[in-house]
Design a protein around this ligand. Sequence first.
Ligand SMILES: *[C@@H]1O[C@H](CO)[C@@H](O)[C@H](O)[C@H]1NC(C)=O
Length: 312
Amino acid sequence: MYEANYSEVSQFVFLGFSASRPVQHFLLAFSTAFYVIIVLGNLLIVFVVTFDPHLHSPMYFLLANLSFIDMHLSTLTVPKMISDLYSGHKIISFQGCAVQIFVLHVLGGSEMVLLITMALDRYIAICKPLHYLTVMNPRVCILLVSGAWVIGLLHSVAQLAFVVHLHFCGPNEIDSFYCDLPQFIKLACTDTYRMEFMVTANSGVISMGTFFLLIISYVFILVTVWKRSSGGLSKALSTLSAHITVVVLFFGPCIFVYMWPFPTVSVDKFLAILDFMITPILNPAIYTLRNKDMRTAIKRLSIQLLNLRKFS
Ligand SMILES: *[C@@H]1O[C@H](CO)[C@@H](O)[C@H](O)[C@H]1NC(C)=O
């Protein structure tokens, strides 16, 4: 039934960063290097947390889950962008575009819920330390992580349910390097006013609400830490500032893109770089360079691996 609706447009063209040749070469080198670091760094975190029993705690499990999502968020958009920059052939099929939008919102929605879970984890660890181990037990952890995925999935299905009714009849140029709802809806020939409202309501309000919730909870935790002002202060501060940086950089672009989904000047694509290339690099950067437990675990694992090779 929907087939007939969108048969007129079978592919979309990305305008990408239509700049001069040298700028494109720079972008190609920059995004390739970043992507390699993103994949290796996040894989390292997932690997170390999975295989080092010292890191089998809720905080690190959640961190590994965040790395897993970040890596996929990048993989969903950056390799396509790299290949487009390389070949100059910037086309995506209708189905490809729909899949990108769908997966993007599953991952994005899950990441938002996961960030709330991480804030909750820090809140209990810092403000209710005596209850930490009983509240954040492995079962609760798995429940929270599965909850994040289910909510992401529901959000994405709800979002896409509005979009399947759209009618495309000609314009197919997307002023970006990936498909997302605001860009996609802009191309539809049907009256999109209601649709724009839905996108703003669903994605925009959710990102804004989650953002303020997170900022308030971090301020609350910081005040608690500051009042107590005991030995753990600097350690808590470094963990919390890392979380807050990730939250601000992740939500900033989301809020902008979805609260003002149809701006006249397209800055969306530049902001999107923050979400697909900068936040995914922050986790590995922050946690492998600044976190002592993580660094020790990496050393321990590499020594074990070296020994394995020596004796085999
Ligand atoms: C995600 O979190 C769950 C629950 O704590 C954990 O069992 C799982 O190993 C984590 N996933 C990754 C990729 O680390």
